[in-house]
Design a protein around this ligand. Sequence first.
Ligand code: IPE
Ligand code: IPE
Ligand code: MG
Length: 235
Amino acid sequence: MNRSVPYTFPCGIHAAIIMDGNGRWALRRGLPRLAGHRAGAEALRRTVEAAVDQGIGTLTVYAFSSDNWNRPKEEVGALMQLLRTWLRSEMRRCVDNGVRVTFIGRRDRLPRLLLPAIEECESRTAPGARLHLRLAVDYSARDQLLEAARRPGATANRAALSHALGSPDVDLLIRTGGEQRLSDFLLWECAYAELYFTPRLWPDFSAEDLSQALAEFYARERRFGGLPAVVSSRG
Ligand code: IPE
Ligand code: IPE
Ligand code: MG
């Protein structure tokens, strides 16, 4: 890290993506589901680059839900292996591009070999100040909320719970693959998120798709329970 450059937190919005549709992408091509997951990992690489270019401050992506353990063990094993490969190939690129990578979700059920790779990635990329990429792996919003609420000394108010979850509120939630549900992702943080659903399957998601989602986000009026700006300015 260049010590003469002060560390700054990324500014810009917090976008979150439910990266869905890998299996259907493969199925349509007569390929095994794993081919869809591989193509999905490529889409993640492209999207991280696009997110840096398009000025997103924090990007949280849903890579593996706690309920995904219910999939066949071959698929789960392949996904864990893919994550290891992704960590190996992308860590350098993230360091070079100023991307700080952290993981959210449980770590105690992940393959042991993954843990040192995750920790190394988090510490090597820690100085990155252009984009904070958060990878949700073995993640369940409901379990995370329960865990935060049960912590000894936990205080039951909004600010304390947000702090315990360690996550800023989500501004824009994108889900690819056509489904219109949250599937236990960032339930607390999405209280006022703008929701954007696209039928595009995740492996096909491009920089152009991200910029379309952002354009729609910036065209929306967020009211947070208040009145439209035009009404409130009239008094
Ligand atoms: C998302 O794609 C990736 C993970 C959940 C790990 P899917 O594997 O859910 O793809 P579809 O929904 O079956 O097409
Ligand atoms: C959500 O997708 C989890 C991830 C994208 C990692 P799923 O495919 O598991 O969600 P459901 O089963 O369609 O709700
Ligand atoms: Mg799916």
